[in-house]
Write a protein that binds this ligand. Structure first.
Ligand code: HSE
Length: 310
C-alpha cells in the first residue's frame, strides 16, 4: 500500500564551488527546506501553506519551484490522484544557498514517496530541474544535483546528465557566511558578460581540473592553488558590499579558497577543520566592517542528499 503522505528534507547547496559555474556544487547539511506531500482526490497540485524563513513566495503552483516540479511529475506520470504540498523554508530567500532548488528537490522526493513505483534519482532530478527553472529562468543543475544526491557533485549534461559524487578530504570544512541582504539569481546572471577572455578560460579550466584532482587525491595544496574563480567572481563581487575584505579575511586565516556561494550574496570558504572558527570570525568581521550583519555556519561535506524524514 503506497503512503498517503511523506515529508522530505533537502539540504542547502553551494553552487559553482568557485571553479565549476553551473556544473559543480556541494550540499550543506546544516540548513535546508522541508516539503510535505499528501495524496488528495482532486487532480493536480496545490500548495496549502508556506512557513519558515521565507513566506513571501507564490502559492500559485506554476510559479512556485516545488509546485512546478511536482506538477511536472504528476503530468508526466499521468497520476490518477492529486498532491497537496506544505513547504517549510529553512533557507533564506535570495541568499545564494540553493533555496529554490532545495524546495523543488524536497517536493519531488516527498511526492516520489507516494508513488507505487518510485523513480530513480536521475528521473527525480529532471522533475526538480523544471521547478528550479521557474525561479531562476535557467536550467542550471549545480544546486539541484548536490541537494538531491549529497556531497560535492559534478553534473555533465542536462538532458541526459551524468551525475558524479566527488570525494572530499575528510579534514575539510565549509564555512558559510550569509550577509543580511537579498540578491536575485536572475539579476546576478543578467550582469554576466556573454564573452570570456581565452586566457581566463584556460586558467579556469586548469582550476577545475586541479580542484577535482586535488579532491580525488586528498591534495590540499592543489586544492588551495586551484580553488579560484577567475571568470564569474570578478564580475559579481560588485554586488556584494565588503566582498574583498571578507575573502581577504578568510584567506588570511588559512582558508584553502573563498568565493561567492552560487549567485550570492552568501560567501563560502573551504578550510581545514582547525582553521574553521578563525576563518568564520574573519569573514563575519569583513561584513561587519560594512555595517552588514550576517549569519554563519560551519559544516563537514557529507555526501548525504535529500531524504524522507517523516
Ligand atoms: N550556477 C548558478 C549561478 C547558481 O551562479 O547563477 C545559482 O544559485
Amino acid at each position: 500500500m503506497s503512503r498517503q503522505s511523506a515529508t522530505a528534507f533537502a539540504p542547502a547547496s553551494i553552487g559553482n564551488v568557485a571553479v565549476g559555474f553551473d556544473v559543480l556544487g556541494h550540499s550543506f547539511q546544516t540548513i535546508g527546506d522541508k516539503v510535505t506531500a499528501r495524496r488528495v482526490a482532486t487532480p493536480g497540485v496545490t500548495i496549502k501553506r508556506i512557513t519558515g524563513t521565507t513566506v513571501d513566495l507564490p502559492l500559485e503552483t506554476e510559479k512556485n519551484t516545488a509546485g512546478m516540479a511536482v506538477l511536472s511529475m504528476v503530468r508526466d506520470l499521468q497520476l490518477d490522484f492529486g498532491i497537496e504540498l506544505e513547504i517549510e523554508k529553512g533557507i533564506p530567500l535570495g541568499s545564494g544557498l540553493g533555496g529554490s532548488a532545495a524546495s523543488a528537490v524536497a517536493g519531488v522526493v516527498a511526492a516520489n514517496a507516494l508513488l507505487a513505483k518510485p523513480l530513480t534519482l536521475l528521473e527525480q532530478l529532471q522533475f526538480a530541474l523544471k521547478g528550479e527553472q521557474v525561479a531562476s529562468g535557467s536550467r542550471h543543475v549545480d544546486n539541484i544535483a548536490p541537494s538531491l544526491f549529497g556531497g560535492l557533485v559534478l553534473t555533465v549534461g542536462i538532458d541526459n546528465p551524468n551525475v558524479k559524487q566527488i570525494p572530499v578530504p575528510p579534514t575539510v570544512r565549509c564555512v558559510l557566511v550569509h550577509p543580511h541582504m537579498v540578491l536575485s539569481t536572475r539579476e546576478a546572471r543578467s550582469i554576466l558578460s556573454r564573452t570570456v577572455d581565452l586566457s581566463n578560460v584556460i586558467w579556469q579550466t586548469a582550476n577545475i581540473a586541479g580542484f577535482l584532482t586535488g579532491c580525488f587525491t586528498s591534495d590540499l595544496q592543489l586544492i588551495r592553488e586551484s580553488l579560484e574563480d577567475v571568470i564569474i567572481e570578478p564580475q559579481r563581487q560588485v554586488l556584494i558590499p565588503g566582498f574583498p575584505a571578507v575573502k581577504q579575511g578568510a584567506l588570511g586565516n588559512g582558508a584553502l579558497g573563498c568565493s561567492i556561494s552560487g549567485a550570492g550574496p552568501t560567501v563560502f570558504a573551504w578550510c581545514e577543520q582547525q582553521n574553521a572558527e578563525a576563518v568564520r570570525d574573519a569573514m563575519v568581521a569583513g561584513f561587519a566592517a560594512q555595517k552588514m550583519q550576517s549569519d554563519a555556519w560551519i559544516s563537514t561535506l557529507d555526501a548525504v542528499g535529500a531524504r524522507i524524514v517523516d
